[in-house]
Ligand binder design. Sequence first.
Ligand SMILES: Cc1ncc(C[n+]2csc(CCOP(=O)(O)OP(=O)(O)O)c2C)c(N)n1
Ligand SMILES: [Mg+2]
Length: 407
Amino acid sequence: MKFPLTREQHLELYYYMQLNRSLEDHMVRLFRQNKIVGGLYSSFGQEATSVGTAYALEKRDWMAPMIRNIGSLLVKGVPPRSIFTQHMARYTSPTLGKDGTSHFGDLENLHIVSPISMLGDLIPVMTGLAMAGRYLGQKIVAMTWIGDGGSSTGAFHEGMNFAAAQRAPFVLVVENNQWAYSTPVGRQVPLKNLVDRAKAYGVQGYIVDGNDIVAVYQTAKEAVERCRAGEGPILIEAKTMRMKGHAQHDPAEYVPKEMVAYWQARDPITLYEKYLTEQKLWDAKTKAEMDTHIERLLQQEQEFAENSPFPPPELAEQGVYCEGCHEIKAKWERPIKEVLPPKASVKPNWTVENFGGMDEAAAITRQTAEGSSDDGARRAATRPAKKASPVKMAGRAKAPAGPRGRR
Ligand SMILES: Cc1ncc(C[n+]2csc(CCOP(=O)(O)OP(=O)(O)O)c2C)c(N)n1
Ligand SMILES: [Mg+2]
């Protein structure tokens, strides 16, 4: 599937990536001035993954960003001032100064679920959200992101199995940025490609060059639309690189210099600038205008944040405990009788075809053992009855020449 982008959309992708990077530059300066409360995490080098995946979502869709997804927040419509004020714990921030980093959501308008610090936990949450949307007939898709490290948590596996079993319209983006704190991915996962995790749950998997914004967008868009069409969850592995330390405190001296150089040559913004020029989608004047606009906007937004007050002390005890929320009654969209556990007289609307006994496994063994080695037969016997999900390659894996060569 191809999802053609207009010139405006191409430029918008640049705008969000550059806004993402410049906003974080501003915040690094604020951090050094001691104006950021708490940690500051960088998505430098990962902008294409954040922006390209979120850009595939529609307004009605839902997302739950993680700490390195400021780009996704911007695409979904969060103004930079919310990100500044939030990091600076100001009263004007989405959490009124109560929480830091990008730990905020917007359930009313933008359909953003707040991040959860416990890695992996957003997967079952967003699966539930996707199921709720389907139940309400909304045709929505839910998306969240997880790191290479987070893909080894129990919640990841439980959540993916849950999503797969429920065929939830849910897209999981695994941002393989090569590091989890100081642990390289090869030291904590015995897989070359994290997309292989998808096979374990019988779901579709895509692998994409996470630094190639158009490839990321095309892949994410296809995944989102297939989910919306009811094909069940999809896992996307985006290969990218965490170009800074885990957070500001970490100089990341454990990262080999050659590795940094390798990825520097694949900087997503530089590659995309080259692509836009080669495709004649912009010229130096357009770029300069966009960059000036971004800088001006960020200066205004930062000023707003710096001039905002800190929260009043009494706020600390407000909004902590339930304020009548337990009195809210469920609003049943279907007759309650219809959705409660089925009565004995209700026929199940599915049929059980595979009884799961050894007979079937033995049949597969017999079939495949003919002419193959014992080992092959044994492997075949453990193979699921249905074909394992195909893994699709997209992006630089196919187009080594970079964004230019993607089509
Ligand atoms: C369940 C859980 N275990 C440990 C942590 C502590 N922790 C926070 S970030 C992080 C590293 C995550 O690495 P990765 O998932 O690769 O994401 P990245 O930082 O590279 O974006 C860890 C271990 C946590 N937040 N939750
Ligand atoms: Mg990582």
